[in-house]
Design a protein around this ligand. Structure first.
Ligand code: SAM
Length: 328
């Protein structure tokens, strides 16, 4: 019971550790065999009591190791929190930190049925410039790898990655399927960021960007698969159906829609993170929700698609692939 309502002590401390640079300091060359409390305290610019509280809580949660009084990043932190890691969730954590004031006023958001953060024209919360909408890059890369295992794209030639964000999913798919090309469709500033990630992955020849508003602008032609990864949950059912309608229209006959989403079970009873995702969507978006598989299936069928296939991908957030085909 206590863990249920005191769990935020831990999550908020992890956010502070990331923001204060704990994992960067311990990742630095000079950290070598780890840092003593005094050395870490000096590097963090904190007094002894808060430095010890912060570092020891990170040890207790498995993010740091402590031996003979020296602190080191654990393998978990090195893989998921160091900004040097390709799987770094650092910006994801910082995004949650950015949203924290809104979680502090959650009752107001629930009463208003509206997010309280500054929002963009689509009702999504505004982002700090330095991790503008590519905060999911590390997470989505891993999800993209899983997607590549869950869908057969051997026959596909060119995918449009609708609301493709940092391009992580396209990068993962084109790495797994070396013949494949991808077009990342997203708002111009996000597409610009994606181009940087694509170049870093040395895939600029096969993965390109298409700066566009998916509600108003033309979608790329000549794609046989449209991927919508972690996009539709940001929108109300009506807006999600509008996006699907536009995507289906842009696809040729025989084209395929592939949705990758976090979904709770059909009755929205479990698992906790997937169900609570609906609360996160109230905090973060104007109309988003943890939509369920039956909803996605109904929307795909209403858009005229057939042969719906649902493939759950493992993981605590219960990511699921929902595919369907535009009839010939
Ligand atoms: C939660 S992110 C998912 C990004 C990416 N698919 C991934 O899995 O990492 C949703 C994406 O949809 C994009 N998006 C939202 N509204 C859009 C619009 N009207 N036109 C184009 N892209 C949009 C956002 O910029 C963002 O990159």
């Amino acid at each position: 019971m206590l863990e249920l309502f005191l769990g935020f002590w831990i999550s908020r401390t992890v956010m502070a550790a990331v923001e204060l640079g704990v994992f960067e300091i311990l990742d630095a060359e000079q950290a070598g065999e780890g840092l003593t409390l005094e050395e870490a305290q000096a590097a963090l610019g904190l007094a002894a009591r808060p430095a010890r509280a912060l570092l020891d809580t990170c040890v207790a949660t498995g993010l740091l190791d402590k031996e003979d009084g020296r602190y080191r990043n654990s393998l978990l932190a090195a893989r998921y929190l160091s900004s040097r890691s390709t799987h770094s969730l650092r910006n994801y954590v910082l995004d949650e930190r950015w949203c924290w004031p809104a979680w502090g006023r959650l009752e107001d958001a629930l009463r208003a049925d509206h997010q309280l953060l500054p929002e963009d024209q689509e009702g999504y919360h505004a982002f700090p410039e330095d991790f503008f909408l590519d905060f999911l890059h590390g997470h989505s890369g891993v999800m993209g790898d899983r997607l590549a295992e869950g869908v057969d794209l051997r026959e596909a030639t060119r995918i449009m990655d609708v609301g493709g964000g940092s391009g992580a999913v396209s990068i993962a798919l084109c790495t797994a399927f070396p013949h494949l090309e991808a077009i990342v469709v997203d708002q111009p500033p996000v597409a610009a960021k994606a181009a940087g990630h694509i170049a870093e992955a040395r895939l600029s020849e096969r993965v390109t960007t298409w700066p566009a508003n998916i509600f108003d602008d033309a979608l790329p032609p000549d794609c046989d698969v449209a991927v919508l990864a972690n996009v539709l949950h940001d929108f109300s059912p009506d807006r999600a159906r509008e996006i699907l309608g536009r995507v289906v229209e842009a696809l040729p006959r025989g084209g395929r829609v592939v949705i990758l989403e976090i979904v709770p079970d059909d009755e929205r009873r479990s698992p906790p993170l997937a169900v609570a995702f609906s609360v996160a969507m109230i905090v973060n978006t104007a109309g988003g929700d943890a939509h369920t598989v039956p909803q996605y299936r109904a929307w795909l069928e209403a858009a005229g698609l057939v042969d719906v296939v649902v493939t759950p991908i493992e993981g605590r957030m219960v990511t699921t692939v929902i595919e369907a085909v535009k009839p010939m």
